[in-house]
Design a protein around this ligand. Structure first.
Ligand code: C5P
Length: 329
């Protein structure tokens, strides 16, 4: 029998915020073409994979993250990722996965996608597949539109469903305050509300396919300048109006963030997490403290910085007597 190269692997993958989210018309397959700019933030999911007789997953919340709504059955994204990689990689092994969640659940910050990205990297290392980032990203796109970005991390422009990525180089680090919503929002429901509001003429028609790249150019220029005030002025999310339509309290959170001194605020992805951009890390801490005291559920307010790298191995425990990376050669 060929020995397993690793006895246990732990991988960390980041949350994301969309600095820009332009949503095109609904496609025939139900998805929407996007022009988006992702930034990976220092809120993390950690997935540990260990060999087991059958596939299973357990979940634990860290820093007060509520995990009550995370499925533990076959729909869990980390589990689906592990199974998909086993199937495509021709691996006849199962894993027990343990997920430590630091990203708000159903919050528009791609926590579930980060789990899938982390599980792909962890199982790839555990099984010694060396599949490579591009192949894992291709598999990841089958699991969710944000999974490829969870693998790549940093800052990137996403097009198509959001899975076609081009890195954006920026030297600057930005400081964020994240305010999770009181309840999760379903991503399909927010996209459907966007379609409804557009059909009713209540929000502007799609811009993503109109060839108008001015919002993208403004975000890219702000990232190059490193000036948080310039980035704050360029933040834009076509899903913000639909998210606020479904969860009207978000408008109050955005206003409270700006009143507390944030440069700008935006709903993160499909929400309901509100991302507030601060002038500095110290400002982010001050604003977070103020909002924690002021808002209902304020204990869940977090600070983070971005960009950070994508899914990375934190720890790989070698099988005694075997090299970690080479199956004991
Ligand atoms: O790919 P993901 O699982 O994140 O998508 C969840 C849902 O969000 C999709 O079923 C679809 O309703 C919506 N979506 C979309 N267009 C995208 C990404 C997601 O309409 N580009």
């Amino acid at each position: 029998m060929v020995p397993l190269p690793n006895a246990q692997v732990t991988v960390r993958a980041p949350a994301k915020v969309n600095l820009l989210l332009e949503v095109g018309p609904r496609r025939d397959d139900g998805f929407h073409d996007l022009v988006t700019v992702f930034q990976a933030l220092s809120l993390y999911e950690e997935v540990t994979a260990a060999p087991a007789a059958e596939f299973s997953v357990t979940v634990e919340g860290v820093d007060g993250t509520d995990v009550a709504d995370v499925p533990l059955d076959g729909t869990n994204l980390a589990l689906r990722a592990a199974r998909l990689l086993a199937e495509r990689g021709g691996v006849d092994e199962a894993v027990a996965l343990h997920v430590r969640k630091g990203v708000p659940v159903a919050g528009g910050m791609a926590g579930g996608s980060a789990d899938a990205a982390a599980a792909l990297v962890a199982c790839d290392a555990l099984w010694g597949l060396h599949a490579g980032l591009d192949a894992l990203a291709e598999l990841g796109a089958e699991l969710g539109s944000d999974v490829p970005f969870g693998l790549h991390g940093r800052t990137a422009v996403g097009t198509g469903r959001g899975t076609r990525l081009a890195p954006v180089l920026t030297d600057a680090t930005f400081s964020w305050v994240l305010v999770p919503g009181a309840r999760g929002l379903s991503t399909p429901a927010v996209y459907a509300e966007c379609d409804r509001l557009r059909a009713a003429g209540q929000v502007p028609a799609p811009t993503a396919q109109a060839g108008d790249e001015s919002r993208l150019r403004a975000v890219e220029a702000a990232l190059r300048s490193g000036d948080p005030a310039q980035l704050g002025a360029a933040l834009a999310n076509d899903l913000q109006a639909p998210a606020c339509s479904l969860a009207p309290e978000l408008a109050g959170t955005l206003a409270a963030g700006c009143a507390a001194g944030a440069l700008a605020g935006v709903v993160s992805g499909s929400g309901p997490t509100v991302a507030l951009l601060a002038a500095s890390a110290a400002e982010a801490e001050r604003i977070a403290g103020e909002l924690a005291a002021e808002l209902p559920g304020g204990a869940r307010v977090r600070t983070a910085t971005g960009p950070v790298p994508g899914a990375r191995v934190l720890e790989a425990v070698a099988v005694p007597g075997h090299r970690r990376d080479g199956g004991g050669r």
